[in-house]
Write a protein that binds this ligand. Structure first.
Ligand SMILES: [Zn+2]
Length: 223
């Protein structure tokens, strides 16, 4: 039996990786229309266009997250120092551009992927060092528990994104949803209104991520 608000509270955290692009602008318009906050894990782009997008994300009450400056595996996984140089470059760039220094971080491709496994055969402690350094920088990292599957193809059909996302929700009380807002992801934009509408009907409240939010970590520091 459901007895209190506590038991029925459902929260959805929409997250968008790899922007800014023109899709980011469309997404911002949709979020404004539906009055929903989100989190954007962005990469480094010094163009005037990108600077305006970062600023708009902040101005419209969304959260700007660090997704590394370069998103370049070869470069960032040379060492923990190389990784953190790239991360701090992004922190400084975003702070200088928007006045806001990110407190949330997402690893390119998540915190536990094939690249990490490969890198760790040569440097078993690199991820431990990176996780410690992120904590020192005041960055909490976030993986996800609901994939929109919009990375499964360059541009996945809109209908698939809607169906897969809603199916993958699986009735979770706390859902961190992974989307992408890089240039080819036009169908993600098209899928978004219906996904938001459906989640609202299911009773979800939308929040952006902060360091003390519910989190998902793929990586567990057990050796
Ligand atoms: Zn990414």
């Amino acid at each position: 039996m459901v007895t209190g608000k506590e038991n029925t509270q459902r929260t959805a955290y929409l997250t968008f990786d790899d922007g800014p692009s023109t899709n980011t602008l469309h997404i911002l318009n949709i979020l404004r229309e539906h009055n929903v906050p989100a989190t954007f894990f962005v990469v480094g782009n010094e163009s005037d266009f990108a600077r305006r997008v970062y600023q708009r994300i902040v101005n419209e009450g969304h959260v700007l997250g660090n997704h590394t400056y370069s998103h370049d595996y070869e470069k960032i996984y040379q060492s923990a120092d190389a990784f953190m140089q790239d991360v701090i470059r992004m922190q400084d760039f975003l702070e200088n551009t928007t006045g806001s220094r990110p407190e949330v971080f997402r690893f390119p491709a998540g915190s536990n992927n094939q690249v990490h496994r490969q890198v760790q055969t040569e440097n078993p402690y690199i991820m431990v060092e990176i996780l410690e350094a992120l904590r020192e920088e005041g960055l909490q990292y976030f993986d996800w528990n609901v994939s929109s599957t919009d990375a499964a193809a360059v541009t996945l059909e809109t209908e698939f994104i809607i169906e897969n996302t809603l199916y993958n929700m699986g009735g979770r009380r706390n859902a961190i949803l992974l989307f992408h807002d890089s240039t080819p992801k036009t169908s993600t934009v098209e899928a978004l209104p219906e996904i938001i509408q459906s989640l609202k009907e299911q009773g979800y409240t939308f929040k952006s991520l902060s360091p003390d939010s519910f989190y998902v970590h793929f990586r567990h520091l057990v050796f």
